[in-house]
Design a protein around this ligand. Structure first.
Ligand code: MTE
Length: 330
């Protein structure tokens, strides 16, 4: 374990090495003193109950990680909110390739999770097609508890496991003309009945500026609640961008490209009056058809105030300092 931390300043990380989260409970895999210290820290962050949920979920057996992969809880971004109940988070989804309703989790089980590959290319020096196994071997897994805010005004707080997107980007060595990153997701009509609706511009595509994609908060998740990513939540691999509306967090990624021009994302292509490229969370910019002032927490139904950049402004606001006259919040 190490470096010990000054968590009160809220800027440093406390890393606690432990074995795969979904194999053993954390009290079994961390030294007792470390475990108690972490409980104490999480309690001060208002997460005492959350940890208990995470610990219980971690007990559930699942496929083991490849040898050499370690898991660590990164507390740099304290969520300040209790975790959403796992069942509530994993049975209320947006997955338009399956259907336009929220109850898609059963249907999503048909999406084969292996074999899976992700082609990384475009304007970069080291293009490479990764198998999911290679990805899991290459990048040490860490756990982050992030708030997620859907543009539809529901929200959840989830422990994701994965790695910073910046790590994968660095290995690809984007060239001087690479200004944006374009993410393309699986479009397999055999297992995704929603694709038969031709009014949608399939496949689901999303985009970020290179600077956004390199921001430490931008996360590639391969698991949640200490288990491999369920198919309905974007298994085996998805983006998590907690300061943006949920539609930016593309699920089931199969291609990552470095490009010069700003990519046209799925929702903007469908309705540019309602959805844009930036889609940063802001309670003061209403959706044309509803307010964004508050959000409903999955699981409890509680209504809580929405915060600008979903509460991550201290970290991400500088990304937008030079962006003028653009709709940053839709
Ligand atoms: N990715 C794909 N491929 N297809 C989708 O329909 N929906 C987006 C985003 N990523 C979507 C997607 C939306 S609107 C949200 S809010 C989140 O996924 C929902 O993630 P969840 O279902 O894991 O909660």
């Amino acid at each position: 374990m190490a470096p010990e931390t000054d968590i009160d300043k809220g800027t440093r990380i406390m890393w606690i090495k432990r074995r795969p989260g979904w194999a053993l409970s954390e009290s079994q895999v961390t030294d007792e003193a470390v475990y108690l210290r972490r409980r104490e820290i999480l309690k001060t962050l208002g997460l005492g109950g959350a940890l208990a949920v995470a610990g219980r979920n971690a007990l559930a057996a699942g496929p083991a990680l490849p040898p050499g992969v370690s898991t660590a809880l990164n507390l740099r971004y304290p969520p300040g909110r209790a975790l959403t109940d796992e069942k509530a988070a994993t049975t209320y989804n947006n997955y338009y390739e399956i259907a336009t309703i929220k109850d898609v989790w059963r249907g999503a089980q048909a999406i084969p999770q292996r074999p899976w590959s992700i082609a990384v290319g475009g304007l970069c020096g080291k293009p490479k097609t990764w198998t999911i196994e290679d990805v899991l071997k290459q990048f040490p897994v860490e756990e982050r508890i992030y708030r997620h805010r859907c543009v539809e005004a529901w929200a959840m707080t989830v422990p994701w496991s994965g790695f910073p997107l910046a790590k994968l980007i660095d290995l690809a060595e984007p060239g001087p003309d690479a200004a944006y990153v374009r993410f393309t997701t699986l479009a397999n009509p055999k297992v995704m009945p929603g694709l038969s609706d031709p009014t949608f511009p399939w496949p689901y595509v999303e985009g970020l500026t290179l600077a956004e994609a390199r921001h430490d908060l931008a996360f590639v998740a391969t698991g949640m609640y200490g288990k491999p990513m369920p198919p309905q939540d974007g298994g085996p691999i998805r983006l998590v961008l907690p300061w943006k509306y949920g539609f930016k967090s593309a699920k089931a990624i199969v291609k990552i490209e470095f490009v010069k021009q700003r990519p046209m994302n799925f929702w903007q292509a469908i309705n540019p009056d309602e959805y844009g490229f930036w889609a940063n969370v802001n309670p003061d910019v209403p959706h044309p058809r509803w307010s964004q002032k508050t959000e409903r927490l999955l699981g409890t139904g509680e209504i809580v105030p929405t915060r600008i950049y979903n509460g991550y402004g201290q970290f991400v606001a500088p990304l937008y300092a030079g962006v003028k006259h653009q709709a940053l919040f839709m």
